[in-house]
Ligand binder design. Structure first.
Ligand code: SF4
Length: 131
């Protein structure tokens, strides 16, 4: 049985510009997870939706490449080992324990960079990460 906090699936990072775009299915799974998780934790997406889109795409890419939604905002020596360790699988331990998301995907109400949204469409993510 999957833990309720676990993002569906494991995979690689946003620094890899040359990496293939994530599969639509993975992006949609991650997008829905992020919307549900934001609503459940009372957090909000960034006022700049481009930030949200890039992080979601990075998570989906990791899910495709590694089989797990490893945080895309960090550098890893061994991504597969990190996925297995699970500390930085989204939602990571700092987020689950203290609502600390250094990617600015999930922002608490008092964060000056937070927007009003807890939703983002697949079309918007695609448009903001195109090119
Ligand atoms: Fe997810 Fe944590 Fe990365 Fe935020 S910092 S995107 S909660 S893994």
């Amino acid at each position: 049985m999957t833990a309720p906090d676990a993002a569906p699936g494991p995979a690689p990072t946003p620094e890899s510009d040359a990496a293939p775009r994530p599969e639509s299915d993975s992006l949609e799974v991650i997008r829905k997870f992020a919307e549900t998780y934001a609503q459940r934790t009372g957090t909000y997406f960034c006022s700049d939706p481009g930030v949200t889109a890039v992080v979601l795409e990075g998570l989906a890419r990791h899910k495709d490449e590694l089989g797990g939604a490893l945080c895309p905002c960090r550098h890893y020596e061994d991504k597969q080992a990190e996925v297995a360790q699970a500390f930085w699988n989204c939602p990571c331990v700092p987020m689950r324990e203290r609502k600390e998301c250094h990617c600015m995907l999930f922002l608490t109400e008092d964060n000056p960079f937070r927007g009003e949204q807890q939703t983002i469409s697949l079309e918007e993510v695609r448009a903001l990460t195109a090119g």
